[in-house]
Write a protein that binds this ligand. Sequence first.
Ligand code: SAH
Ligand code: SF4
Ligand code: F3S
Length: 484
Amino acid sequence: MKQLRLKSLPSLREAARRNPNQPVSYRTLDLSPNAFLSSWGEGKRFCIRTYGCQANVRDSEILRSFLLAMNMKETDSFSDADFILFNTCAIRENAENHLYGELGQAKDRYNKKSDVIIAICGCVMQEEVPVKYVLDHFPFVSLIFGTNNITAFYSLLEDCLKNEERLVDVQANSDLVYEGIKDFTGSRQSKVSAFVNIMYGCNKFCTYCIVPYTRGRERSRKEEDIISEVNCLKEQGYKQVTLLGQNVDAYGKDFFDTYAFAHLLEKVAQTGIERIRFTTPYPSDFNPVVFDVMAKYPNVMPALHLPVQSGSNNILKKMNRRYTREEYISLVNELRKRLPNVFLTTDIIVGFPNETDEDFEETLSLVKEIKYDAAFTFIFSPRPGTPAYRMKDETPMDVKHQRFERLKTLIDELSTESAKKFVGNTYKVLFETVSKKDNNRISGYTPEGKLIHVTGDKGLIGQIKTVKVLESHTYSLIGEIIDD
Ligand code: SAH
Ligand code: SF4
Ligand code: F3S
């Protein structure tokens, strides 16, 4: 068996420790592969499996850029891959379990081709226990690196190849913001809509959440770097950017500027790119000045994903969410004053430790009062290392499931009602995908972010057309194009 080398190991405790006010280091990296890596990569194939949120999708795009620059080609299947990478998510237990199932399949490839390189990165690899588990149970995994080590990818791969060893390098934290990533043609998931990181990490430490441990402390990219990326995407023909951060409204707080996110959004709007979205804002940091920018610029889409998590002040407090139900509602009122037709969505966790029937009823009543257009709902999943993991929990699992179903039914009713309001109206739709089953069926999104399917030629992908909505379902609309 290959020898194991631990350059650095993950530590949840250390991850929580870095001082939020520590200055950020900005670095421009030279990310061209050297002759060794280019010649190893020549003609070889890679396969990347990505789980989790947009942050992981963007990280996988960056890693794809590195591999394409090494003259490699991408494949969807393990069966002809020379390099397999799993980019993992730790947000809930079932996200983590996916990995172990897929590793079993990757083993078949290893059994046929023992020089295949199998690598794992992403949030699960920032945790001590899963890394030890992988090392013990999956001896064919030869490279493990963390979310803070992506820019070291070339040197890690080179080490791993040259020394024929199993290499683990996971830094608990980082103060680094890197620039100079070159996007290779085809490295982004879509040719129409692009993710743009504006900040990394999270300082909020909601008691249920693993992200502050896996992604480190908040650090923001500089405004000029973000704007130049957006301009570059615009020149390449991208129609939409989604600005990414775990709590985007904390953007620039490390520059000690409360209005930084509103300023940034305005600057991005002024680039003239057709459509701008952002995710995710945190309610108590959210400055209503952002709503003014949204109202002023038609290229900032009238949609907001504003996670509430619970309608009960008791639970919000235990979650360390830093707002009350009343403050959240008043923020939504402010928003709707400025943007009456905003499409409002949220995230809700059901079954937080010792959530009572009364707490849950308050969540239902908040959802009814706000009348969300859609919502993601989750059953609380205890994440080792987080404070909520250690909280005593007397609520039986079947009670949590019943609550979850009740909430889901309510959200579906509201989504159906919301979708009905679109019928008969016309919307500018940006087309993004072709149906896998029918080449003449294309799909896109209204400015509100509602999915819509129409009959149309795949040549319309990347274009914005006026569409009349004919029919509505809970999660999507059916329409017809009325301009040519
Ligand atoms: N930074 C964003 C999103 C974080 S993860 C935010 O603060 O809103 C996306 C969603 O996953 C969260 O909004 C939350 O609803 C859910 N989530 C996070 N940790 C969870 C856990 N341990 N169990 C269940 N759901 C969780
Ligand atoms: Fe997790 Fe809370 Fe940070 Fe969102 S704000 S990533 S839920 S700790
Ligand atoms: Fe998952 Fe990490 Fe995102 S835990 S949700 S991939 S930040």
